[in-house]
Design a protein around this ligand. Structure first.
Ligand code: ADP
Ligand code: MG
Ligand code: MG
Length: 251
């Protein structure tokens, strides 16, 4: 589903090298987690995959179902089935949440050669999915994320994901800032989308999210590289011992 090979990335602004040879392969239906200290390049990896400006890929490649992601525009990547739930969801004043969702869903359907959803069908689907995420109707009418709490913003990211039904979902610290109940809601929302084909890359600081969203593979990223890969037990080990031992081994 997703193949990242030897990815090297620097900041356009000041030439700072952030990613120093990231390798990662996520198979169809698999859930991979990335953990790692702050500043190790986890968000940068997700931004570069999604096509955010400001980064220069100096070597390597990223493929979605064999298609070269890095030469595509962000909207082409989305149409191809990539979705990124932001660590810091942005507020979009003046754009209603419902309008935003319907425009995104229909643009994607169009790009895939599918018919647009009628207003009625769209409403039905969005209301049903919002309900399971405990997002009330009033939040759907407000401008995107404006005045939402941290937890509401994160749930709204999952609503977008549920509406777009991507093939490859990347969640960047979607658990940070969530209380226990909200984390359960978000995890249930993610788990409901697991269907044996759709793949997930879950970036998290905390092992506890992985109690709810059970990963097949856990990677540890540090200093712009994946320094260790293992099963769910690796997350427990890190939770208990921290990153210091792993980092020392690499040095
Ligand atoms: P993580 O998500 O693992 O905490 P990031 O990918 O956010 O790490 O950041 C990796 C490093 O790159 C950090 O040192 C961060 O300060 C730097 N960095 C990333 N993007 C930018 C940017 N746009 N401007 C300045 N520094 C950046
Ligand atoms: Mg961070
Ligand atoms: Mg980050």
């Amino acid at each position: 589903m997703l193949e990242i090979k030897n990815l090297h990335v620097k900041l356009e602004e000041d030439e700072k090298v952030i990613l120093k040879g990231v390798n990662l392969t996520v198979g169809p239906g698999e859930v991979h987690a990335i953990m790692g200290p702050n500043g190790s390049g986890k968000s940068t990896t997700s931004y570069v995959l999604a096509g955010r400006d400001g980064y220069e890929v100096t070597a390597g490649e990223a493929l979605l179902e064999g298609q070269d992601l890095l030469t595509m525009d962000p909207e082409e990547r989305a149409a191809a089935g990539l979705f990124l739930a932001f660590q810091y969801p942005v507020e979009i004043p003046g754009v209603g949440n419902m309008t935003f969702l319907r425009t995104a869903v229909n643009a994607q359907r169009k790009a895939r050669g599918e018919e647009e959803l009628s207003a009625g069908d769209f409403l039905k689907v969005v209301r049903e999915k919002a309900k399971t995420l405990k997002i009330d109707a009033e939040m759907l009418k407000r401008p995107v994320n404006v005045g939402f709490s941290g937890g509401e913003k994160k749930r709204n990211e999952i609503l977008q994901m549920a509406m777009l039904e991507p093939k490859m979902c990347i969640l960047d610290e979607t658990d940070s800032g969530l209380d226990v109940d909200a984390m359960k809601l978000v995890s249930d929302g993610v788990n409901a989308l697991r269907d044996g084909k759709r793949s997930f890359l879950v970036i998290t600081h905390y092992q506890r999210l992985l109690d709810h969203i059970k990963p097949d593979v856990v990677h540890i990223m540090a200093k712009g590289r994946i320094i260790q890969t293992g099963g769910p037990e690796l997350a427990l080990e890190v939770e208990k011992n921290g990153y210091a031992d792993l980092l020392a081994e690499v040095e």
